[in-house]
Design a protein around this ligand. Structure first.
Ligand code: FAD
Length: 278
């Protein structure tokens, strides 16, 4: 069992606990994006095992009739072992998900994986006629060009600011510059996409910008935020827009929980208060 202190950000160790959390979200008008924690596997057996776990998970989502999809990290299902292994495992997940009508997101990892991730997305977006989505990062200099490629494909695209510490020649490192590119990317997506836009940000300024672009163009979109982060805003936005909460779960919760706690002072204060019992 995960300790109560971690349960703000992680739904539990098992798929059943994660689905229970999703049920409580669904009751409040928010859908779930289930993510089995795990990444950077160097062994085929580990990558295959997590792909199997995702196949079982999409079956469970179908059985529970939950308003939920899944999000998979490329290095979790074998990208580190080669693009072939990654696509093989992703194919197994997507095939099973299609049977249960469950949408599959592909998370984006560091810039060395972008080409292989977008290639896989393009293949499965075409094969499923839009049953998959991919994340792109506004901090990467290349992203405006990538969006032109993605605009022509069926499927969904999640725009985030980017969580990886990238070198200067591939990424903007200044927060203001990243925000400016995030806004530019939103402008392009709302103008050129046929829907399928996911705004993956907790930033009130980006959220407001997306709403303005939606009001201007009418393009379908959804908000996506993390479990435990600005949940009041998630439930408020769900009164008017489609909102998805990214729900991590699984045995490898500690590293994820530590990242969330360390990234913001108020999360650290929350953790300390929980430890000290105040
Ligand atoms: P920030 O730029 O961190 O903060 C801007 C403002 O937002 C803050 O000033 C504050 O007003 C508000 N805010 C932000 N966090 C909090 C908080 N904890 N509490 C209160 N207010 C807050 N990154 C990837 O690289 N690849 C992925 O596949 C990926 N998938 C993601 C999926 C989802 C659903 C989300 C939400 C994020 C994902 N990310 C991913 C992470 C993303 O790249 C950012 O690192 C992360 O979202 C922080 O950026 P931000 O836009 O939320 O706001």
């Amino acid at each position: 069992m995960i300790p109560p202190i971690a349960s703000r950000f992680v739904a539990g160790e098992s798929a059943a606990e994660a689905l229970e959390h999703v049920e409580s979200l669904n009751d409040r008008g928010v859908a779930g994006i289930l993510n089995l924690l795990g990444e950077h596997y160097g062994e085929r057996a580990a990558a295959d095992a997590d792909a199997d776990a995702y196949r079982a998970l999409v079956g469970d989502i179908g059985d529970a009739d939950a308003d939920a999809c899944v999000s998979v990290k490329p290095s979790q299902v074998g990208l580190g072992l080669g693009a072939g292994v990654f696509e093989e495992n992703l194919a197994r997940i997507v095939e099973r998900a299609s049977e249960d009508d469950v949408f599959v997101w592909i998370d984006m990892e560091d810039h060395t994986t972008t080409d292989a991730t977008l290639d896989a997305y393009e293949r499965f977006a075409r094969e499923t006629d839009g049953g998959v989505g991919v994340c792109v990062q506004a901090n990467l200099r290349r992203t405006p060009d990538d969006l032109e490629r993605l605009a022509a494909l069926p499927g969904k695209v999640r725009l985030v600011k980017g969580a990886y510490d990238e070198p200067d020649d591939v990424a903007y490192r200044d927060g203001g510059r990243v925000d400016a590119q995030y806004r530019d990317c939103l402008d392009y997506m709302f103008r050129e996409f046929d829907g399928g836009i996911a705004v993956g940000s907790h930033d009130p300024a980006m959220i407001e910008h997306a709403i303005e672009r939606h009001d201007e163009h009418g393009t379908d979109f959804e908000f996506q935020m993390l479990m435990g982060v600005r949940e009041d805003a998630q439930f408020d936005l769900a009164d008017s827009y489609d909102v998805y909460q990214y729900v991590p779960y699984g045995g490898k919760w500690f590293a994820y929980f530590s990242r969330r706690v360390m990234e913001r002072e108020e999360n650290l204060r929350f953790a300390l208060r929980a430890v000290l019992g105040r």
